[in-house]
Design a protein around this ligand. Sequence first.
Ligand code: FDA
Length: 304
Amino acid sequence: MLAQLSKNIFLYASQSKMLNQAAKKWGLRFGASQVVAGETIESAIKKVRELNEKGLVCTLDHLGEFVSSREEAIEATQYNIRTLEAIHRAGVQSNLSVKLTQLGLDIDFDFCLNNMRQIVETAKRYNNFVRIDMEDSAHCQATLDLLHELRRTYDNVGTVIQAYLYRAEQDVKDLKGVSLRLVKGAYKEPPEVAFQEKQQIDENYMNMIRLHLLSGSYTAIATHDHHIIEKVKKFAKENNIPRNQFEFQMLYGFRTDMQQQLAKEGYTMRVYVPFGNDWFGYFMRRLAERPQNVAFALKGFFGK
Ligand code: FDA
């Protein structure tokens, strides 16, 4: 009950425009630096290099979402392009993750599509890949439509499917052959569109993972859940799924021992590395996910 209440408060805060705007001026606060790799491209590239040295590959995410002006969306597009250039220049192993509401999805579909074309084209030039994060369910269909448009021209772009959505299984089937990151889902969604029970979400999650792996499609299993990870390892072994057809992904700052252990075992382990000054919504969603994350953040707040 208390856990549900705090979860709702953090999810509510994550969507507050006022708090998100204010936090941009605060700098990384309340322990956010534990899970956000600094505010600049340079600091993020430095972290990526350190992670690469430990055998981990990365995906960089320039934080930001729910942008409402064209200027901001264009600025974010340019920033993402600069991030791809920085990855290339530094020679580090990282691809890019983006959120479409940062690139103008709420303003105009074609405008956002055009911004994405520039980003994916740049990635193509550098032989890199762009992952479109999945946001709340209100943006799901538009995100898949935009992906579909992009994939008419580009093969270096994929997206994310969330196991809590009832529609997820059908989406995974429709996206056979597309590189997908599979997650449980991080937003507050109503029972009309999403499972509410952990057990149902976990079952649907494993079901989606099996489906996508068995269809021969590239699958990124993004979870900190060791039960799921063990099941995936076993399933891959039993079904002769080659190691280069899937990877594990975790967020920067979480379960770092397990990240390194998986890399040592020879699995591709990709760390999602967020950076930038628009950290508040991302940070609040992490606090909502696990009550223990609050303690973790406080540890950072008080300097460990
Ligand atoms: P979950 O929170 O269900 O935990 C299951 C169990 O795992 C726990 O009971 C505990 O035993 C263990 N565990 C979990 N975290 C732990 C920790 N830190 N330490 C110790 N034990 C822990 N969401 C979304 O909607 N759109 C997106 O695009 C993305 N993208 C994305 C990328 C990456 C790389 C990751 C890892 C996650 C996302 N997510 C996401 C978030 C995702 O949807 C989900 O909310 C979180 O990953 C939390 O769910 P988990 O599957 O990690 O485990």
